[in-house]
Write a protein that binds this ligand. Sequence first.
Ligand code: MLT
Length: 430
Amino acid sequence: MSDVAKLEIDGKIFELPIVTGSENERGIDISALRAATGLITLDDGYGNTGSCRSAITYIDGDAGILRYRGYPIEQLAQKSSFVEVAQLLIWGELPTTTERNQFGQMLTDNAALPWDMRRHFDGFPTDAHPMAILSAMINALESYDLKNLHPTNQEEFALAAASLMSKVRTIAAASYKSHIGQPIVWPRPDMKYVENFLHMMFTVPYNDYVPTPEVSHALNLLLVLHADHEQNCSTSTVRMVASGQANLYASVAAGVCALWGPLHGGANMAVVEMLEQIKASGITTKQFVDKVKNREDGVKLMGFGHRVYRNFDPRAKIIKEAADSLLDSLHITDPMLDLARELEAVALEDEYFVSRKLYPNVDFYSGIILRAIGIPMDMFTVMFAMGRMPGWIANWKELHETPGQRIYRPRQIYTGATERAWVPRKERRR
Ligand code: MLT
């Protein structure tokens, strides 16, 4: 196979190197294209642009494969805890018992928020979106942590990573508590990562919440499945912000904002809203699917299709099974799960979706699990952010360790007015 691509422009041939990844995926290196030809590439929405080399996560979208640091997502989902997966993503290897215990201790030691920070929650209106609180609080946390930490030093980076991973769940739960007007519940040193979060979310004065193993297992699984997904919108944002040498906290807070929208992390909420609307309107799933196909205004099949998967999103398969078994174990029947299953079946038998290779993605069933756990809908995207934290941290670290890393600075094809002379206001006409 050739290791150069030839490009002909105005009768002149230019050779561009082809780079090959460890899974044999190939890309044309155009980094010297403009210097050689004066031309740039145009790729609206970056559908064809490799923005970096990365050793963290591998996706084969045609085959429906997802691996973190080489380990298939199916194995990690079955065998690993979220904290172990975080260590794998951030440091590249599954932790030994000593490493796991050390990091676990760091998470425990760093779980509580600085005491002064509790007052920040009161500054938000009670109907503030938890994603707004989360990103603002991560930025606020930087002012406390970074007085002492320099994340470019390995040991201090580990502390900052532990602090962020641990405190993000404290912030998430505290933002929920202040939203519903209940006192903030602080973390317990004797509890593991997921249990501690559920404790902070659902404990009320004089009634300690103790999650069942099934609930903890389901949430752990959900976090593992969301932990990284190569250069998605929020991770690219983290890298973009980090490339300007912004600190870890600022970069991750930007990632939270990028995740917020319904086309990215907000999609899990949009799926449940869609299911509720179908139910409330009384139409059949077939009728709904027809509306989608007819491109009726504002009607979209949320949670279906994915930019990189032309096949099942492997995470969706795992989540669907997990939703089934969680609801069984909790003896819950959720009409939304039945509706989601029916909608999936109708869509997957329809030529329109099949020919476009539109399959359920990670967001299609995740909301069902979150509902069963008791997580309110406006916290769904916060849960995604908690899960994605290790991926963002790993990407921040990788970027900082890339020799000769430059600031991200895409170019554009300008389509505005050509040069024109300034006009005095009284002479301006529309
Ligand atoms: C994600 O996990 O970030 C989403 O599936 C979106 C994406 O990968 O583009």
